[in-house]
Design a protein around this ligand. Sequence first.
Ligand code: PMT
Length: 401
Amino acid sequence: MSLAQRRILLGVSGGIAAYKSCELVRRLRDLGAEVRVVMTEGATHFVSATTFQALSGQPVRTSLWDAEAEAAMGHIELARWAERIIIAPASADLLARLAHGMANDLLTTVCLASAAPVYVAPAMNQQMWAHPAVQANIDTLRQRGVHLLGPASGDQACGDIGSGRMLEPLELREAIVASFGKPVLRGLKVVVSAGPTYEDIDPVRFIGNRSSGRMGFAVAEAAAQAGAEVTLVAGPVSLATPPGIARRVDVRSAVQMRDAVLAATPQADIYIGAAAVGDYRPAEVADHKLKKHDGAALELHLTENPDILATLAAQTVRPFLVGFAAETHDVARYARDKLQRKGLDMIAANQVGSGLGFEADDNALNLYWADGAAELARTSKTELARQLVTQVAERYRAVRG
Ligand code: PMT
């Protein structure tokens, strides 16, 4: 593990867990990282800036109104300098201000001004963590691509037991190390499809599915972290483009997705189809809103969509093909069948329903290829995507050298 020459901005907000962040600075520096610390006013009530200054070996910033630093636009310089921003502990107040795009102190201002991926490690009382207002802010932040680290469950400083403890410094460091990824896909071009497709019925209605795009976006991000040049073909989702993605193409229907994928794949080494592509579309799209007719049934004639993976598999020169399979039962049997029928190099099967697969934060995957299989246990889609990318890289090298 190395963080040599990596530039990490540690934001510390007000909470008793701030004392653990002192240890985090040491552990990050042990691996060679350069660490600069920004504290909120609240944080200074728990740990002094002098402590962080001694541990980081750098001046610590606590205010947006530091005349000397701001004479040289210090907050912009810090925002550009950071390769990763980790906020630990992230208090309920800090999360709310981040979620609402506020810039009323140095830390929130730097987060708005920076293109660096932001990681938050919440720490608060379990009742506060469970509060719908806090959870709504977390959802907003996640949708904007902020990475959530923890919180853990257990004894709390206030005497409660429950979810809301900040992760331990070594766990936080591990996440930061992992965020840089091993460059297992360096030099390769990867196309990833993500999200649902919408098949229009008329100007106001469509046939869609429940894919949020999170799994595919996580795969695209993990591939970029692994050094690939990534083109992300996204169905209609409301997710921010993950950091490091070379190109994003937004589409709506299966036919548009097919066209975008076919345009991107001639140069690609690997295609990963995480999108939930609609199998059928209305044979005709009405140009006006369809009206009800006194209880009479509405008949929709559906026509089959092109199969993107099968189209790619039929090409003589084609990328290494990784499909997904979303199944509600008999996962292994259906997945192996799709692997063979669609002519894929690998398939990642997930059971959907019961809090897994569609829309959920977590997922689990079973991977199959012609002469092997691997099981990736339930974890966050971000972590799962990293594991998947490692496996894809291994299989790619085995088959294509
Ligand atoms: O987006 P999330 O909310 O995070 O949910 C993630 C997910 C459940 C959507 C994802 O993990 C997943 O399983 N994606 C594939 C869903 C799917 O459409 O499975 P399928 O069994 O219908 O299709 C099999 C494979 O063929 C998929 O790789 C699909 O992209 C591809 N396909 C399907 C139809 C079609 N016309 N063309 C295709 O290429």
